[in-house]
Design a protein around this ligand. Sequence first.
Ligand SMILES: Cc1ncc(C[n+]2csc(CCOP(=O)(O)OP(=O)(O)O)c2C)c(N)n1
Ligand SMILES: [Mg+2]
Length: 332
Amino acid sequence: VTTLQARSALDAVAAPRLLRGMFQIRQFEEALIELYRRNLVPGFIHPGIGEEAVHVGCGDHLHPTDHVIASHRGHGQALAKGADPGRMMAEALGRRDGLLGGRGGSLHVGDPTVGCLPASPLVGGGLAVATGLALSHARTGDGGVAVCFFGDGALNRGSFHEAVNLAAIWRLPVVYVCIDNGWAISVPRSLSTAGSLVDRARAYGLPGELVDGKDLLSCHAAAGEAVARARAGEGPTVLFFDCPRAYGHEEGDQQAYRDNASVEDAVARDPIPAAIRTFKERGWITDAEVTELEKAVDQEIRDAVAFALASPMPEAEEALRAVRPEQDRVHA
Ligand SMILES: Cc1ncc(C[n+]2csc(CCOP(=O)(O)OP(=O)(O)O)c2C)c(N)n1
Ligand SMILES: [Mg+2]
């Protein structure tokens, strides 16, 4: 795992913005977990607690016209791309004012208006879509970039190899972001994935890097270089973020398959206090400013929850809208 602090371009101006982003994601998910425990959330939720540094480290380099394909652990990925927390909370609750009208729920959060497309229900399903988006950016020459988030569980699907190979041949403007949390539900990576992760990128002639996914400066540096490379027409990068899973696979997962020490180690490597420590050491932020940021985000998330709870359930006939093109339904 490489620490890339020396390569980081973060400074006193950017630091509070990124810290705010991490607070927003953490508080959003904590509020969502609370609503879930009150039985207000249909389906399952997959919190990404402990992955916030990767989300904001990547999102910070993207323009609204760039694209992100979220994974099933995608709340933070979408928020870091600019999704509105209130409409996202409403989406997770299946409400009418949700980002996708309540059709997608937590598993499929996304906001096409800010370039964030929702997760595929298939692990690894976003890889081909992101590659297609990158092809479209390359064809139109608009300078746009696609970023694809996926977990270590997707590394052995054919879609990973097919997508990365084609993107390498065509030098597409895409960044593949593997968040390696060490697990695919209850299967540890050591039982599913052979060989070195970074070698997988090298096999396709691409730069690949294993980055400390709990260190905001490293995440921001690695993502910045990969996005710049893609934007400059120099082709794809595969980034592997080492990010031990600090939470269950889904809310309610007791993790009986895992020893407590590994959970405790992952929880102890919390990226948020670590970033605050670094920022304070460098004189980029004061305790008072941290408290201010946290308070502002707390209010934002309270408002998001209130907005979501006030939103009605969609009408039944809405369920089939946008499932197929309109003419399909006419001729069906
Ligand atoms: C093709 C496919 N196989 C199995 C599943 C069931 N499934 C949902 S999440 C998951 C684990 C994914 O692990 P990983 O990609 O590492 O992401 P993480 O959950 O660790 O963030 C599995 C196996 C699925 N959704 N799609
Ligand atoms: Mg995983």
